[in-house]
Design a protein around this ligand. Structure first.
Ligand code: PLP
Length: 231
């Protein structure tokens, strides 16, 4: 897979990915605009962020609250149509900051966090859209609710915490084919009558689009490789 090496390559990389997403959606009988491209901007340098904004991208994903505040809080004024999505794990003590910044939180995965989000939403008057993260590979080190526990957890979010869950998100195990994980997430969402599916990254966003993703989270294929820490 080729990745853009300089900011000059960003508009072309974005256009190519959008084209592949609409083709993949069409091939599986879906609306060509059915899949939202979420540009995962974590660790990317400012000049690439600016180039992506100039290319017309408005939906961005971040995996850490503080890093996202530093990158995006001051850009909101210039770009009121920004949509920011949290795609990384959230600590309960950051729930209020996350609710204040993000439009979508994709990583709701435990009761303590659901309770903290409900409180933060009441305090701030903001209501980000919420997804439950599902640990489809049941990996012990990975965040997310197990597939078997997902129906009960979604119900508790609604009934015990007063939270409306809009969709499901997954990050398949790196060493396994992604298709069965995407199919499992789609099946769970259908059973729970949830409309949104966040799945697919740089290596497999077309596959995810074919299997029902409503958003894909693409970082390196869009921006170029993330700079190594300290490099
Ligand atoms: C970093 C990240 C991505 C993007 O990964 P790429 O392989 O660079 O596309 C997607 N989703 C999550 C949750 C991430 O942390």
């Amino acid at each position: 897979m080729t990745t853009p090496q300089s900011t000059d390559a960003i508009p072309g990389a974005r256009a190519a990915i959008l084209e592949r997403l609409s083709a993949a959606a069409k091939r599986s009988g879906r609306d060509p605009g059915a899949v939202t491209l979420v540009a995962v901007s974590k660790k990317q340098p400012d000049e690439r962020i600016e180039a992506m904004l100039r290319a017309g991208q408005r939906v961005f994903g971040e995996n850490r609250v503080q890093e996202a505040q530093a990158r995006w809080a001051h850009r909101r004024a210039a770009h009121p149509d920004l949509e920011l999505r949290l795609v990384g794990p959230l600590q309960t003590n950051k729930a209020e900051d996350a609710v204040a910044l993000f439009d979508v939180i994709e990583t709701v995965d435990r009761d303590k966090l659901a309770g903290a989000l409900a409180k933060a939403m009441a305090r701030t008057g903001r209501a980000p859209r919420l997804y439950v993260q599902v640990n489809t590979g049941e990996e012990p080190q990975k965040a997310g609710v197990s597939p078997a526990d997902t129906p009960d957890f979604v119900a508790r979010c609604r009934d015990a915490h007063g939270l409306q869950i809009e969709g499901l998100m997954c990050i398949p195990p790196v060493e396994e084919p992604a298709a069965p994980h995407f199919a499992l997430l789609a099946k769970l969402a259908a059973e729970l009558e949830l409309e949104r599916l966040s799945m697919g990254m740089s290596a497999d966003y077309e596959l995810a689009a074919r299997l029902g993703a409503t958003s894909v989270r693409v970082g390196s294929a869009l921006f170029g490789e993330r700079p190594a820490p300290g490099g």
